[in-house]
Write a protein that binds this ligand. Sequence first.
Ligand code: AMP
Length: 352
Amino acid sequence: MIAPERTIGIIGGGQLGRMLSMAAAQLGYKCHIFDPGAHPPAADVAAFHTRAAFDDLAALAEFGAAVDVATYEFENLPVTPLASLGEKLIPGARSLAIAQDRAIEKKFIESCGARVAPWRGVASLAEVEAALAELGPPLVLKTRRYGYDGKGQAWVHAASEAASAWAVIGEEPAVAETGVDFAAEYSVILARWDDGRHAFWDSPRNEHEGGILRRSTVPGGDLIASQVEEARSAALRIAEALGHVGVLTVEYFASADGPVVNEIAPRVHNSGHWTIEGAVTSQFEQHIRAICGLPPGVTGLTRGGAMMENLIGDEVDRWPDLVVERGAHLHIYGKGEARPGRKMGHVTRVVR
Ligand code: AMP
């Protein structure tokens, strides 16, 4: 067990690292952020910041020596350098390697007995056209690596769109997957300990706009409730097969014939931000508990439910109204420039 007062390393200094640091600080831990940026949002609320590239082996070795455990807050990280942290890296490099490549991820999810949309790996325009002929439209092309918030994605509704979609994703190796006709989207967020203990939160219904999460709501409604047991057991099989320790998120489409996995994130997730005020133990605190070997916290709702809304781009300028709204919990990530599409903050309203 890693007791309070010890130091937790966090690789990546975005808003997830910031909220992890705040939860860790509440439990008396110090955090050390590893991030190449000059002023990453997490460094504002952490004890230490190493500014170095994610593949800087010397800097990683020094960081590894300075922390008691190291975790990561996003998955687009180079696996081999991070693996040099050895057993101090929790979750391990395997969760990272599988989650950061959409083709490997889909195969892995299928090997765990969970369903994904029918898909093909594609590496040329001819393969995109062949996938379209086999699977039928609509397809969505997603680059295998480095996509997030709808970036690196393009839809193909007809053969005439194949070339332009292939160009939009930069002619990168990709997956071509069938467009799922879903009634809702939701996520299963769980935390797992190295001895197999685990805990789930209520599954939020997630609404996206332009590929970016707009809001998450719990309870998620009857349709999600009717699928969540199956979705949870698939998510737990995935966590176990990964040997994952910490929080793991599995994003789902609620289709007419049951849960279809969209993707996994080996980390705390935007659709779990509501747990800060809406659940007895937040996803951030629980991740710290799991990686440090503290006992699981209770994950039940604090009240009847919660709704989290992202503040994207200049929506953060609404803060003067939100900060006076009774019962609105405002979070601003301290990112400075409010570029379009950038997640600048969020607001959670807990329902009685
Ligand atoms: P992703 O980056 O893969 O999470 O995709 C972002 C959003 O695009 C998802 O949350 C969905 O709203 C939509 N989307 C992605 N893949 C599909 C699909 N195969 N069928 C329908 N909608 C999709």
